[in-house]
Design a protein. Structure first.
Ligand SMILES: *Cc1c(COP(=O)(O)O)cnc(C)c1O
Length: 425
C-alpha cells in the first residue's frame, strides 16, 4: 500500500483510465482529503468544493459529528438485514417521519432506488386504491428530468446519452414540459383515470438549475389532488436545506424542523430524499408517505439488504441534527442571496456570462457560448487552477453548490476567484 500512497495525480488518473469504465468525465483533479468547504488533492493543493458531491455534502466534508457517529456505529453493529429488527431502525424511522411530518418512511440506499421505490408504491396505490385497471397505470414526468440511472428511470429521460441503446424501455410514463401547468392539466384530462402519479423535481438540478415559476409546484399539487393523482417530489438534490429552506417545496417557509405550517406549503403525497441525508458519509435514501399510501406495501413486496441498516439510521439522524443545529437552511438562504448578487454583477460587466439563476446555494451561471463549445469546461479548469472546483452541465452551464457551512468571507473569496477567471476569458 505504501507504494500506492505515493502515486501522483497523473498516475492515478492513468489508473482510472485503464482499469475503470469510462462512465464519467471528471475534471483532472485527484482528491484525497476534505474538511468543511475544502478538499485537497494528492499534491496537497487546497480547493473550495463548489459541487459538494452533487449536494450530498451539504453539512461539509467530514463533519466531526457525522464522523463520530460513523465510527461509533461501525464499531457496534453495521448490518443486520431486515430479516431481524435493530435497535436503530425504529428510532430513525420515528425521527425522520416526525422531522418531515409524514406517517411512514421506507428506507433505501441510493437516490435511484428511492425513485424506483416511489414509482412502485405509486403504481400499486393506483391499482389497489384508485382502481386503475391492471397494467394501465401511468406516471406523468417532466422533460429534462434527472431521477437516476436505472432502466425504468432512464426510460423516461429526455437525455440521449442517459437513454441511448439501453432499451427496451419501461412503458407507463407520460412526459410533459417542465414548468408548464397547462400541459399537466391537459395530460390529466386526457389520461386522468389511468394516472397514478406525477413525479417532479421542485427545481431541476442536473438540467442546469431550472427554477420554475413560483406557483408551478403548488399548482401541480392542486391539480393532482383534483384528479386523485399522487404528487411525488424528488428532493434528492434540492432538499435538506440546499435551496434555503428545509425542502425546496417549502418555498419561503423558514421552518427548519417539524414544520408548524405544513398545510401552507405544498405537501407531496410521496417525498424522496437521498444525497445529504447522510452528509456524504454513506448511501442513504428515504421515501416518505402517509399511511393511506404506504400501506399498499406488504411484507415480501419490496426491500433492500442494506436499506435501513444501523449505520445508515445512525448517520442519517446525525446528518439531520446538524442541518438543524447549525441553521444551514438559513445560511444557505443568506449566502445564496450574496452569491447571486455578486454573480449578477459579473453578468452586468462581462459578456461571457449571460445569466445567473438559482435558489439558496443551488445556483448556476450560463456561459455565453454554444453548448458544443469547450468554454465552460475551460473556465472550470481555470477555476480549479485558482483553487475552486465546479463542473459544467449541458455544455455551457456551470453549477455552483458549495457545502452549506460556507461563511460570508469565504463566499466573497470564492466570488473573487470566479470573477478573476471570468475576466480572463
Ligand atoms: C442525484 C439524483 C438522483 C439519483 O441519486 P443517486 O444516489 O445518484 O442514485 C435522483 N434524483 C435527483 C433529483 C438527483 O439529483
Amino acid at each position: 500500500m505504501s507504494e500506492v500512497q505515493h502515486l501522483s495525480s497523473e498516475q492515478l488518473i492513468a489508473y482510472e483510465d485503464k482499469y475503470g469504465a469510462h462512465n464519467y468525465h471528471p475534471l483532472p483533479v485527484v482528491l484525497s482529503r476534505g474538511k468543511g468547504v475544502h478538499v485537497w488533492d494528492v499534491e496537497g493543493k487546497q480547493y473550495f468544493d463548489f459541487l459538494s458531491a452533487y449536494s450530498a455534502v451539504n453539512q461539509g466534508h467530514c463533519h466531526p459529528r457525522i464522523v463520530q457517529t460513523v465510527k461509533d456505529q461501525a464499531e457496534t453493529l453495521a448490518l443486520t438485514s431486515r430479516a431481524f429488527h435493530s435497535d436503530k431502525l425504529g428510532v430513525y424511522e420515528k425521527y425522520v417521519t416526525e422531522y418531515f411530518g409524514f406517517d411512514k418512511v421506507l428506507p433505501m440506499n441510493s437516490g435511484a432506488e428511492g425513485v424506483e421505490t416511489a414509482i412502485k408504491i405509486c403504481r400499486k396505490w393506483g391499482y389497489e386504491k384508485k382502481g386503475i385497471a391492471n397494467g394501465d397505470a401511468k406516471i406523468i414526468v417532466c422533460g429534462q428530468n434527472f431521477h437516476g440511472r436505472t432502466v425504468t428511470i432512464i426510460s423516461f429521460s429526455s437525455d440521449p446519452d442517459a437513454k441511448g441503446n439501453f432499451g427496451p424501455y419501461t412503458p407507463g410514463f407520460i412526459s410533459i414540459p417542465y414548468n408548464d401547468i397547462d400541459a399537466l392539466d391537459a395530460a390529466l384530462k386526457e389520461h386522468g383515470s389511468d394516472v397514478a402519479g406525477f413525479l417532479v423535481e421542485p427545481i431541476q438540478g442536473e438540467a442546469g438549475v431550472f427554477v420554475p415559476d413560483s406557483d408551478f409546484i403548488s399548482s401541480c399539487a392542486a391539480l393532482c389532488r383534483e384528479h386523485n393523482v399522487l404528487f411525488i417530489a424528488d428532493e434528492i438534490q434540492t432538499g435538506l436545506a440546499r435551496t434555503g429552506s428545509l425542502l425546496a417545496i417549502c418555498g419561503d417557509c423558514t421552518c427548519e424542523h417539524k414544520c408548524e405550517q405544513q398545510e401552507s406549503y405544498t405537501r407531496p403525497d410521496i417525498l424522496i430524499l437521498g444525497k445529504a441525508l447522510s452528509g456524504g458519509a454513506y448511501p442513504v435514501s428515504a421515501v416518505l408517505a402517509n399511511d393511506t399510501v404506504m400501506e399498499v406495501i406488504k411484507p415480501g413486496q419490496h426491500g433492500s439488504t442494506y436499506g435501513g441498516n444501523p449505520m445508515a439510521c445512525s448517520i442519517a439522524i446525525t446528518a439531520l441534527e446538524v442541518l438543524q443545529d447549525e441553521h444551514l437552511a438559513q445560511n444557505a438562504r443568506d449566502m445564496g442571496n450574496l452569491f447571486r448578487e455578486r454573480m449578477q454583477a459579473l453578468v452586468d460587466k462581462y459578456d461571457i456570462v449571460s445569466m445567473v439563476r438559482g435558489r439558496g446555494l443551488l445556483n448556476a451561471i450560463l456561459i455565453n457560448d454554444s453548448p458544443d463549445s469547450s468554454t465552460a469546461w475551460d473556465i472550470c479548469v481555470a477555476m480549479a487552477n485558482e483553487g475552486l472546483l465546479a463542473k459544467p452541465t449541458h455544455g455551457n452551464i456551470i453549477r455552483f453548490a458549495p457545502p452549506l457551512v460556507i461563511t460570508e468571507e469565504q463566499i466573497h473569496e470564492c466570488c473573487d476567484i470566479i470573477e478573476k477567471v471570468i475576466k480572463s476569458f
